[in-house]
Design a protein around this ligand. Sequence first.
Ligand code: SF4
Length: 220
Amino acid sequence: MSEIIESCSECGPLSCYRKDKTPPSFCLTEAADQQVVAEIVEHLQGDNLDARMARAAAEIEGMYYCKATRVEETVLFAKRIGAKRVGVATCRGLVQEARTFVKVLRANGLEAFTVVCKIGSVDKSEIGIADDVKIEKGSYEAMCNPVLQAKTLNAQKTDLNVLVGLCVGHDSLFIKNSEAPVTTLVVKDRVLGHNPVAALYETHSYYRRLLTPPKDPEEK
Ligand code: SF4
């Protein structure tokens, strides 16, 4: 068990939301540099993309609270930031859902351009992946190529990119290489039907093992 450094995860009152409770001694709001806070506020009052995204996200939260699904919120967000062309970076395994989402985008007057994770079709061995850790040993098995997915959408000059089920880490690479802002519609969880929070709900029972993980055999 590593040393516990107190931060928001150890906070009971969560008083930064309504300022109606006493904050804890380690409160990050209390410790925040007020000059930095003021600079952020000023930045978000303008007409730059960050400001438009900040206002769009807050307005959608307030206006559609518990009414709009995430699919609907994504469309609303794209429209409110003035996006015309939406990139869809999808996992091959979720391409049916991506196709449906593209229909939703088009029905709402948005352009859509989709790139599947296996674009480029580079065998995993090319980046040093051993055959015994392929899903099907001895086969040609293309790696996910989120860098090429991002570069392809960059070339398409998309205004917003939406992730549909990219793997953990592949999503990180995509986000790192995307020029347009990125939002996530679907997070992949092959075990839990793409609902990873279910594991957290169950740490008191079926997923207790998450709190006492076995040592990773690869870990030194
Ligand atoms: S900022 Fe302060 S009040 Fe808000 S969650 Fe973190 S510790 Fe709690």
